[in-house]
Unconditional design. Structure first.
Length: 323
């Protein structure tokens, strides 16, 4: 109602006008917004691709272009053959080491023989498991390993598994007829092995016996290194023959000057029991007690006599059952 004239003025519905206005404008607004968004998306993608092309290097290892070389530093060049002249000759080195060892051994103190009060000792030894280093043992332990190799340190020598201390060693070995063949060959190897256990200060002598004494032709006390080759040649001429009579061999041993410190006495058979007292008498007359270590080889028939000879002199007895 108009306040001035009091008439009635009719106006359109307000909510209907607003709905009509909104409906007509919403379609254009959406289309306009979509186009601008698409343009913006394309523009951003174009910019990203452009930046990627500028900042990234797509040449890679498979391309035709080569990369630039970069110098990190100068590395020293080593000539691998510079040490050729410094290589040692194996044989010369071994000879020098052996010479130094001999010089050292010569300076060691000589140790006196065992006390005559030492007790009797015996054991059976099967030598099929222990061959001398001169044989073809195929890697089996050496006989000298049983003794601990004391002779190499200037303390003595080892013969057929028995070790003794001293500097003068005489071997009295049986070469009677029963020793013919492999037993005598084995004995010869054992004799040479004994020389290997001695130091350069030690001296040796060898007397074979059968029905008579068969001494090594080089008289006096011999050097275990210098006389080894000559002894090896002479051993080839020794053969087995005759009976078993050790007394003459002991007579020659006790006549040596100076007398031996140790006698190694081995036999493979029985001998006259009167030899026991004869050997003891010669030992007393020598002016000093010489230790006599006894070995029965393969045959034990002489064991009681060998034990008495060892016991009378303060030595030891051992039986070697085989080889």
């Amino acid at each position: 109602m108009c306040p001035a004239c009091g008439g009635i003025v009719r106006l359109p519905e307000a909510d209907v006008h607003e709905k009509s206005q909104l409906g007509s404008n919403s379609g254009g607004s959406w289309i306009s917004g979509s186009i601008s968004g698409l343009v913006s998306l394309l523009l951003h993608m174009t910019l990203l691709l452009t930046f990627a092309m500028v900042t990234c290097d797509f040449r890679g290892g498979g391309g035709g272009a080569e990369g630039e070389e970069i110098l990190i530093g100068n590395l020293p060049q080593v000539q691998l053959n510079e040490q050729d002249d410094a290589m040692l000759d194996a044989e010369a080195a071994q000879a020098e080491a052996a010479s130094e060892q001999d010089s050292l051994v010569d300076t060691l103190e000589v140790i006196t023989p065992l006390d005559s009060s030492a007790g009797d000792f015996s054991m059976d030894l099967e030598l099929s498991e222990f061959r001398p280093s001169g044989g073809d043992g195929g890697g089996a332990p050496e006989v000298s390993a049983l003794s601990g190799g004391g002779g190499a340190l200037g303390q003595g020598a080892s013969f057929m598994g028995l070790q003794a201390k001293g500097t003068r060693f005489c071997i009295i070995a049986d070469c009677s007829g029963s020793m013919e063949g492999p037993p005598l060959d084995f004995l010869k190897e054992e004799i040479l092995e004994t020389l290997s256990t001695m130091s350069t200060q030690a001296r040796f002598q060898l007397i074979f016996f059968s029905s008579r004494a068969i001494p090594y032709p080089q008289t006096g006390w011999r050097h275990p290194r210098r006389d080894r080759a000559d002894l090896a040649n002479w051993l080839q001429s020794v053969s087995a023959a005759g009976g078993t009579y050790p007394t003459p061999a002991f007579q020659q041993a006790f006549q040596m000057s100076p007398p031996p410190d140790v006698i190694f006495f081995m036999t493979d058979g029985l001998f006259d029991q009167r030899a026991v007292e004869e050997i003891a008498s010669m030992n007393r007359q020598s002016g000093r007690n010489v230790q006599i270590h006894t070995i029965s080889f393969m045959d034990t028939s002489s064991e009681p006599l060998m034990r008495r000879i060892a016991s009378d002199s303060g030595g030891r007895y051992r039986h070697v059952a085989g080889f």
